[in-house]
Design a protein around this ligand. Structure first.
Ligand code: DGI
Ligand code: FE
Ligand code: FE
Length: 188
């Protein structure tokens, strides 16, 4: 699937604001891919499709979690967590995009996880730092990302955990695993 086709598909699936976010994630991710020597075309497609499932109903996403035998514990957390794992399956079944690199990056783009590949980290962090984001602490992450993308991901995980705790929201263990990686077993 080429860039133009993918953009047309997501334009129809996403609200205008989310589509603009997607374009910014794409630009950010492609620039990181260039810098870190990762396949730019693949990163571009992963970025364009990363929020593909974002506006499906929770009911539909829950059915996909069951049908595709995704980890059932995600059903107990915030519905926001579903669009990554479910999106990774939907792009294969609905669009014919069957590519493990792309699918895994989409799968983990919201929570992160331990031992992410560089490809996964680029999508995860591009989603976090794209120029439209205004999270507290995001500027410091932008400053680090071209020096040390691993550190940037740990910072993003830390900020997200602090934010979710402040909001008294549950936190999915994969996000803690990413956070912990910075301190244990020379994780990078
Ligand atoms: O889809 P986007 O809005 O572009 O961004 P995203 O996929 O990172 O989703 C962010 C939402 O996910 C945000 O509202 C916080 C929420 N969320 C809920 N539980 C968790 C979580 N994010 C992480 N990292 N870990 C959680 O446990
Ligand atoms: Fe997302
Ligand atoms: Fe996103």
């Amino acid at each position: 699937m080429d860039r133009q086709e993918a953009l047309e598909i997501v334009k129809e699936k996403l609200k205008p604001k989310r589509y603009e976010h997607t374009i910014r994630v794409m630009d950010t991710a492609v620039s990181l891919a260039k810098y870190y020597g990762v396949n730019e075309k693949k990163i571009e497609l992963a970025a364009i499709l990363h929020d593909y499932a974002k506006y499906r109903s929770p009911d539909e996403m829950r059915r996909w979690v069951i049908k595709e035998k995704l980890p059932q514990d995600i059903l107990e957390y915030n519905d926001e967590l579903l669009h990554g794992p479910v999106g990774s399956k939907m792009i294969e079944h609905e669009l014919g995009v069957k590519d493990g690199l792309i699918q895994n990056a989409i799968y983990y783009h919201t929570t992160g996880k331990r031992n992410m590949t560089l490809f996964e980290k680029i999508i995860f962090i591009a989603d976090y730092i794209e120029p439209g984001r205004q999270f507290p602490g995001v500027e410091a992450v932008r400053e680090v990302v071209y020096k040390d993308i691993h550190e940037a991901c740990y910072m993003a995980a830390t900020n997200t955990i602090l934010f979710l705790m402040e909001m008294e929201q549950p936190i999915y263990p994969d996000t803690f695993q990413l956070y912990n990686e910075r301190y244990i077993k020379g994780g990078k």
